[in-house]
Design a protein around this ligand. Sequence first.
Ligand code: B1M
Length: 234
Amino acid sequence: MADEEDDIILSELETEELVLQMHDDLYDGLRDEIEEGVNILLERGWAPYKVLTEALVAGMTIVGNDFRDGILFVPEVLLAANAMKAGMSILKPLLAETGAPRMGKMVIGTVKGDIHDIGKNLVSMMMEGAGFEVVDLGINNPVEKYIEAAQQEEADIVGMSALLTTTMPYMKVVIDAMVAQGIRDDYIVLVGGAPLNEEFGRAIGADAYCRDAAVAVETAKKFIARKHNAIAAG
Ligand code: B1M
C-alpha cells in the first residue's frame, strides 16, 4: 500500500500533474500508486477508456522507448507491466460493463515464442466491453491451440497478437494451417501488435490488421455484421 503521505500527495495534484505523475509511477513500477491514480481519475469523472489510454498506455509508451534505447531493462519493464496490469484490473469491469447482447465469440492469444500480453489483454477487455464473448488463450500459443480452441468454442473470430518481429511470422503458420485443414473461411482472422501493419496483415492472409484495441472492436463488429448479412442473404 502507498503510505498515507503518498495518498495525500497524489490526491492533491491537479489532474494534468497527476497523469504525468502516473507516467513516472508506471516507469518506476509503483503498483499501489498506479491503482490509486486510476481511482482518483475515475473519481474526478474521467471515462475508463480515457484513463486507460492517457494515463496507462501513454505511460507504457515512455517505458517502451527507454527499453528500446537501453535505459531500462527487463526487470524494470516487468515491474512497469505489473503496475499497468494492476491499473487495468480496476478498469476491466468498467470497460466490460454492458448489458449488450452477445455480438459474437472470439478466441485470442499471443503467438508461440511471445510472452507479451498487455495489448492482448486490452483487446480482450475492450471486446468484452463491446458485448463479445472472449476466450483468452494466454501467451505462447502454438498453432494447435488456436485451431482446437476455435473449433471447440465455435468461435466467430480468431485473434492473434505478436509484439516481436521474430514471432509475428508465426501468425502465417496458423493461417496456413487453417487453410490446409479447409477451415480458414470458417473464421474471421484479426491480427495485431506493435510491429505489424496493414500490409503484413494482408500478406499473411488475415482478414484485418488492428492498430489498437478500439480498432479491433470496430473491425470485429464490421466483419460480424458482414457475416450475418451473408447468412441472411442465404
Ligand atoms: Co518486450 N519488447 N521483450 N517485454 N516490450 C518490446 C515489444 C520491444 C519493442 C521493446 C523495444 O525494444 N523498444 C522489443 C521488440 C523489438 C522487436 O521485436 N523488434 C521487445 C523485446 C526485444 C523483448 C525481449 C526479447 C527482451 C529480452 O529478453 N531481451 C523479451 C521477449 C520475451 C518474449 O516474448 N519471448 C521481452 C520481454 C518483455 C517483458 C516480459 C519485460 C514485458 C512484457 C510483460 C507483459 O506483456 N506481461 C515487455 C514489455 C512490457 C515491452 C514493451 C515495453 C511494452 C509492450 C506493451 O505492453 N505495450 C514493448 C515496447 C513497446 O511496444 N513500445 C516491448 C502496451 C500495449 C498496450 O501495446 O502491446 O502494442 P501493444 O498492444 C496494442 C496494439 O498493438 C494492439 O492493441 C493493443 C492495445 O491498443 N494489439 C492488438 C496488440 N495485440 C493485438 C491483437 C489483436 C488486435 C490488436 O487481435 C485482434
